[in-house]
Design a protein around this ligand. Sequence first.
Ligand SMILES: Nc1ncnc2c1ncn2[C@@H]1O[C@H](COP(=O)(O)OP(=O)(O)OP(=O)(O)O)[C@@H](O)[C@H]1O
Ligand SMILES: [Mg+2]
Length: 320
Amino acid sequence: MEKSYPTTGKALIVERLCKSYKDTKALSGVSFIAKRGELLGYLGPNGAGKTTTINILSGLLEPDSGRAEVYRIDVAADPIGVKQRLGVVPEESNLYPELTCRNNLIYAGELYGLSKSERMSRADDLLHQFGLIDRSGKPFRSLSRGLKRRLTIAAALVHSPDVLFLDEPTAGLDVVSAMKLRSLIRDINGAGTTVLLTTHNLREASDLCTRILILIGGRIVAEGTPSEISARVSSIKRLSVGLSQQLDLSDIREACKAIKSASIDGNELKVDVLDVHDAIAQIMTYVELRGGRILSIESVAPSLEDAFISILEQHGEDGN
Ligand SMILES: Nc1ncnc2c1ncn2[C@@H]1O[C@H](COP(=O)(O)OP(=O)(O)OP(=O)(O)O)[C@@H](O)[C@H]1O
Ligand SMILES: [Mg+2]
């Protein structure tokens, strides 16, 4: 199916969404915009309201107040129009265990109103694209977790949507399966599909996302590119110190007051410090007294994970 993807303009407009489940306030005025062609990370701890937002945007759940648009279509006014524009990969797969891979895709195509010939050729295209053609006739239940995820994403793309919601697509996958899936997500976005991605893997978010929103307790508390968000924790200064030999550094924090935290990996000492000058002086004395030498000192930029933890702490969350 040929499709041209505009890369300017807004793909999602979300305005002041509020949602409570009985006495649990899940969303307290969430507003954001996703630009067309973005790969937007939607991050937050368990229970932050990510899935609730996705369910409202896909028309599965009504908000208590607020509104949303998908490609200029109002979600409340035209839920069917919105469904045509959207592909959703939920946390738990929504495919049929007993149906074959191919028939799952054909059935998904039928639900989206594709003609018989369209859905057959789309199913085969997707099976090829997702490296699943040799599993076409196998029931969905027989696939590994990684391949199940892949087919679930393929099914969400059957109607060539403009926007794809991925709710924790790599959760529970092994390293290689997760890597392959990330590469597929990059390709899907590279072909012009706007992607909203939730993940608890911050390295993944940092690698994949063009922009990130951080949601805590039903409110967006931070927004920016991965490096903009990482740069917010400028108070954390991390040093990597190469040592001439392995040393027992168990009392380093008591001895070097400028060190906030320390970890050792072979001959490499990693420290978060309050003051770089004081820390280097204290570490040199400490290492010399133990008969070692410093071979290198590097300053390491804080990661998105450092920033995320710091943002959680600022908002009184311990990350559990
Ligand atoms: N169907 C429901 N009934 C009652 N409470 C719910 C329901 N669904 C979600 N909640 C609550 O709403 C809040 C937001 O949940 P939501 O599933 O949106 O979070 P999430 O960010 O997707 O979390 P996770 O990272 O664990 O998937 C939580 O406090 C959750 O317990
Ligand atoms: Mg969720």
